[in-house]
Write a protein that binds this ligand. Structure first.
Ligand SMILES: Cc1cc2nc3c(=O)[nH]c(=O)nc-3n(C[C@H](O)[C@H](O)[C@H](O)COP(=O)(O)OP(=O)(O)OC[C@H]3O[C@@H](n4cnc5c(N)ncnc54)[C@H](O)[C@@H]3O)c2cc1C
Length: 178
């Protein structure tokens, strides 16, 4: 059975960014993703100011800007809340945020982790997991298993990991429009 330090479940923006950061820190990591190919769909339409700064810190901003949609206006919202957000006083190099569809950002992040030697195993949805004192054994669709010290749930709002470990999801389901 294959063994790594960390298994990241889900190759969305959260999982891919985390995998890249772990690899940067010298941690062996594997990403397992249910979908055999990227969906090509985008729920997220852009990144905010602080995310742009983080992407710049990691040398990823040029690639993101190269695939961004031109934008001139400033402002925005936070988590869809009906609060006018004037970002002009913020001391940031990226006051407007960046309009970049989520699938393009995921392509950039996936290319980065693959360059770092991280395997992104697609068509390998997590179906089960067994925890013991030393770590976790992940069971994947198709029957493969991966052993790791840690397993991180980056598998979205309907998280399989959360269901498997019996973790609660307190709070209210978001509705749009309100
Ligand atoms: C309707 C809607 C509209 C939105 N609009 C916006 C917007 O306008 N702007 C914005 O910034 N954000 C928007 N968002 C939020 C944005 O899409 C999320 O913040 C973002 O997708 C979260 O990234 P993530 O990596 O945490 O999860 P996800 O993008 O959900 O990625 C989770 C990944 O895990 C994989 N996965 C799931 N189960 C398993 C499993 N069992 N095994 C292996 N892999 C698995 C999935 O295939 C997926 O690739 C919207 C979200 C929704 C639902």
């Amino acid at each position: 059975m294959e063994t790594v330090d960390v298994v990241v479940v889900g190759a969305g923006p959260t999982g891919l960014m985390l995998a890249g950061e772990l690899a940067l820190g010298g941690v062996s990591v594997e990403v397992v993703e249910r979908e055999p190919v990227p969906s090509g769909q985008s729920r997220g339409g852009g990144v905010n100011q602080r995310t742009a700064e983080v992407l710049a810190m990691r040398g990823l901003l040029a690639a993101v800007l190269g695939r961004a949609v031109p934008r001139t206006s400033s402002g925005g919202h936070f988590a869809g809340l009906p609060v006018p957000l004037d970002v002009t006083p913020w001391r940031t190099r990226h006051p407007d945020g960046i309009v970049v569809p989520q699938d393009r950002l995921e392509e950039i992040l996936q290319a980065r982790v693959r360059e770092q030697g991280v395997e992104v195993r697609r068509g390998a949805g997590l179906t089960g997991l067994v925890q013991d004192a030393d770590g976790v054994t992940a069971e994947l669709a198709g029957g493969a298993r991966v052993r790791s010290r840690f397993l991180v749930a980056c598998d979205g709002g309907h998280s399989t990991v959360r269901r498997l470990v019996g973790a609660d999801f307190p709070g209210k389901v978001a509705r749009w429009p309100r």
